[in-house]
Write a protein that binds this ligand. Structure first.
Ligand code: FMN
Length: 180
């Protein structure tokens, strides 16, 4: 099982990215995971697609096709989704051979500094997943709140949150195997 991890925050110090690294290590214990770089993607423009798609669209589509399942980590931006994630979803959905997400297993884990753990951003993203038919894990739900308080000065994640993240990641691997 090869799982592509996609992080919606592009900033260097992203907490979502730190959580994604932990999940990556867990998945790599018995399967394969990579964090997929989406930072170079321009906003999707249909005029740059079609018979001669722009090179960034070709590159990310080829990369995305290598994976059996996708694990998304997202912040919440102004009570909604992270545009970088919506952008890669849109680009992937317009592959010349069709929507490349179709029927693949997925999960959305969110983290924010607020008290709701990015739940509204998480669910806003999920809305598109229904249409593109990513088969999305319902439980466990992963909303990590006050994420800026959960790492110590050496960058270690608080033990109970780490356990929760590890268990949720393992649940996703099981889900992906069942539905992939
Ligand atoms: C444009 C913007 C909008 C934000 N809106 C929200 C929000 O609606 N809810 C929330 O809990 N945090 C919000 N935040 C704060 C984020 O939770 C915080 O920046 C978090 O660290 C982002 O995730 P990251 O560390 O992975 O970049 C917002 C941050 C930005 C930059």
């Amino acid at each position: 099982m090869k799982i592509g991890i996609i992080v919606g925050s592009l900033r260097k110090g992203s907490f979502n990215r730190k959580l994604a690294e932990i999940s990556k290590n867990i998945i790599n214990e018995g399967n394969e995971a990579e964090i997929i770089d989406i930072s170079y993607l321009p906003f999707y423009n249909q005029d740059d697609d079609g018979v001669n798609p722009r090179e960034e669209y070709v590159k990310i589509r080829e990369e995305l096709k290598k994976y059996d399942a996708y694990l998304f980590f997202t912040p919440e931006y102004n009570r909604s989704l992270a545009p970088a994630l919506k952008n890669v979803i849109d680009i992937g959905s317009r592959d010349p051979k069709g929507n490349l997400w179709y029927g693949k297993p997925a999960a959305i884990f969110s983290a924010s500094i607020g008290s709701s753990g990015g739940a509204m951003g998480n669910h806003a993203l999920r809305q598109s997943f229904v249409y593109i038919n990513l088969i999305t894990m319902n439980q466990p739900e992963v909303y990590i709140s006050a994420v800026h308080t959960l790492f110590d000065k050496d960058g270690n994640l608080k033990e109970d949150t780490k356990t929760f993240l590890e268990e949720s990641t393992r649940a996703f691997v099981d889900f992906a195997k069942k539905h992939g």
